[in-house]
Design a protein around this ligand. Structure first.
Ligand code: XUL
Length: 595
């Protein structure tokens, strides 16, 4: 029952025993929706008054109800995501229900910093930074919002978080004493705003370090050798080249830096009230960590700046407990002093955790650009893609390969050949056989990352170049061409198909059954879908839970968000082996310039 006066909505929820997994109906003036699962096993009544809640929708009401339950008895786990445009927080209960979420959007909530999309783009268009102190102010604001909504901080038993990868924070010499002795009477912003030797943090969008990348590769003996040590050749956005640039162009600032954090370990530092260690998975986004030993590589450190090992501090595995929440957070917000903090990680490793794969799984995220994550045990680092430390399993790896031409290209072909309709597109896809009678189409509307080319390339069954395909053939060609490329690059970094391989599809493109069938046929593996909004934040809340409670992460998290089988492979191994070999030849020709 819900009654409302102007400022307050009273929600009276009577929940009877219905067994776990069943839903209940939540009714508002505008909607009646079924929401589940219900947690209670006996009759219970909650009366919650929510101020200014006329805008509350059904889901929010349920969350406050879950929150109310948690305040009286339950444990909560928090996952933060310090991403490019906002900071988000998600709280989950022991049974993985999302009890709360909140965010601060930099451009909207902190307009005084004049960011666009959370960043400043300098006039050269390649230098892209974020004011470091804005992140501190945003964090204060987020915690104040949580406090204002009566968030039960005392119930939080474990916290972790993620940060946009590669971004760096430079702490001035001697400032750790401020971080360790924050006064609960003031905001963190008031106390930390002048603690940074470099005021504008380089972020992952920065591409201003071409010269430093070349130097780093040369210093270790070439791009292949750097890849063999760190899992990636030198990339402009990676932190090693960014640090080298600061050392070269702002030597005073470099010398006055006591600690360099990544965005993830910087955020963790605000939680523990001390410099936090960098976790292995995010450290593999710096070109400075040896992926095999998981220690900083002396050679790479020396190439990027003096005394760098000291400035970076230790690195730890992502599942490690790095401390407890600070006295500041306990006094100012009412956190439980025993609440543990698990190492913060990069957003991509955090998403891997949120999607809860198992060893050997392949995650294919079909979005504006397509990203393939692999859980690898024996990687073969190559010049395309990145090998990173696996955030879940200490000795394993993950790979991350991004393809710029994803759903926008699929949508263009849908618009041109299927009148803008996915239904028609699917019908057309069914009219052509798997393997498309040997034709191969490659569509790079934008300059692709690997191979580094643009344009459309069509080959008939004999491998001869042609100008066009019939509409149905084109529809299949775009999907097959893209997925064959995803598979070839997965194989390049060490992916080996096995009888237990599962493909987990996520993102907008994972809604189309026929497209997923092609994915299953090409990878010769079953395809599952998982719909996990805010996978990075959720992954961190689950990682925090795992550090505290132990056990097998994949088992634990798999229960939270079971994946649903949507497509099983047909028998097309040979057909696609031939097409994959032809795609490899195509990439070789693209590299030689002989296309
Ligand atoms: C990964 C990368 C981006 C950022 C975005 O290498 O640069 O995905 O992590 O936050």
């Amino acid at each position: 029952m819900i009654s409302a006066d102007k400022k307050t909505v009273h929600i009276l929820i009577l929940v009877g025993y219905r067994g776990q997994g069943q839903g209940f109906h939540c009714q508002t003036d505008t909607s009646t929706r079924s929401i589940g699962p219900v947690l209670c096993s006996s009759f219970c009544t909650f009366f919650i008054s929510v101020r200014s809640a006329s805008l509350l929708n059904c889901e929010q009401q349920l969350r406050f109800w879950l929150l109310a339950m948690a305040s009286s008895e339950g444990k909560l786990y928090l996952g933060f995501d310090f991403s490019t445009q906002q900071i988000k927080v998600i709280a989950v209960t022991e049974k993985f229900e999302v009890a709360y979420d909140e965010h601060v959007q930099f451009d909207v909530d902190l307009p005084e910093f004049k960011t666009h999309g959370g960043v400043h783009i300098q006039p050269d268009h390649v230098t892209i930074t974020t004011p470091t102190r804005m992140w501190v102010k945003a964090f204060d604001l987020l915690l104040e919002r949580m406090k204002a909504s009566k968030f039960p901080f005392q119930n939080v038993v474990a916290v972790s978080g993620a940060g946009q990868q590669h971004g760096s924070v430079f702490w001035s010499t001697g400032v750790n004493k401020y971080l360790r002795n924050l006064s609960p009477d003031q905001t963190m912003y008031e106390q930390l705003k002048d603690c940074f030797s470099v005021e504008d943090s380089p972020v992952w969008m920065d591409a201003s370090t071409r010269a430093q990348c070349k130097k780093l590769e040369q210093a270790v003996g070439g791009p292949e050798i750097l890849t063999g040590i760190t899992g990636s050749r030198a990339y402009e956005r990676f932190t090693g080249a960014q640090i080298m640039k600061i050392c070269e162009t702002r030597r005073d600032a470099y010398d006055n830096t006591e600690r360099i954090s990544l965005v993830s370990s910087f955020a963790a530092s605000l939680f523990i009230g001390d410099y936090a260690p960098i976790d292995h998975s995010d450290a593999t986004g710096t070109n400075l960590l040896d992926i095999w030993s998981r220690d900083w590589s002396q050679q790479c450190l020396e190439a990027c700046g003096p005394n760098l090992a000291q400035k970076l501090g230790p690195s730890v595995h992502s599942s490690e407990k790095i401390g407890q929440v600070s006295d500041y957070l306990v006094s100012r917000y009412g956190f439980n002093p025993d609440c543990i903090v698990t190492a913060f990680v990069g957003d991509n490793p955090a998403s891997l955790a949120g999607l809860a794969p198992g060893q050997g799984d392949v995650i294919v995220s079909l979005g504006t650009s397509d990203t393939v994550f692999l859980w690898l045990t024996k990687p073969t680092p190559g010049l395309s893609g990145h090998i990173m430390a696996n955030p879940l399993n200490r000795n394993d790896f993950m790979s991350l390969t991004c393809f710029k031409n994803g759903s926008l290209t699929r949508e263009r072909i849908r618009d041109e050949k299927a009148g803008g309709s996915w239904e028609k597109f699917s019908e057309m896809l069914k009219k052509t056989p798997p393997g498309n009678n040997g034709v191969l189409g490659i569509y790079f509307d934008q300059m692709e990352i690997q191979p580094f080319i643009e344009g459309e390339y069509r080959f008939d069954g004999d491998g001869s170049k042609v100008d066009s395909f019939p509409p149905e053939v084109e529809v299949r060609a775009v999907i097959e061409g893209q997925f064959i490329a995803r598979k070839v690059h997965a194989e390049n970094v060490g992916f080996q198909l096995g009888p237990k391989t599962r493909i987990i599809a996520t993102g907008g493109g994972s809604k189309n059954q026929e497209i997923l069938q092609v994915l299953a046929d090409i990878f010769n593996s079953p395809v599952y879908v998982k719909d996990v909004p805010n996978s990075a934040g959720l992954g961190c809340a689950m990682r925090a839970m795992h550090t505290l409670e132990g056990g097998n992460f994949s088992d634990m998290a798999g229960k939270a968000h079971p994946s649903v089988l949507v497509a099983s492979p047909g028998q097309y191994t040979e057909v696609y082996a031939k097409l994959s070999a032809r795609y490899r030849e195509f990439e070789k020709m693209a590299e030689d310039g002989s296309l």
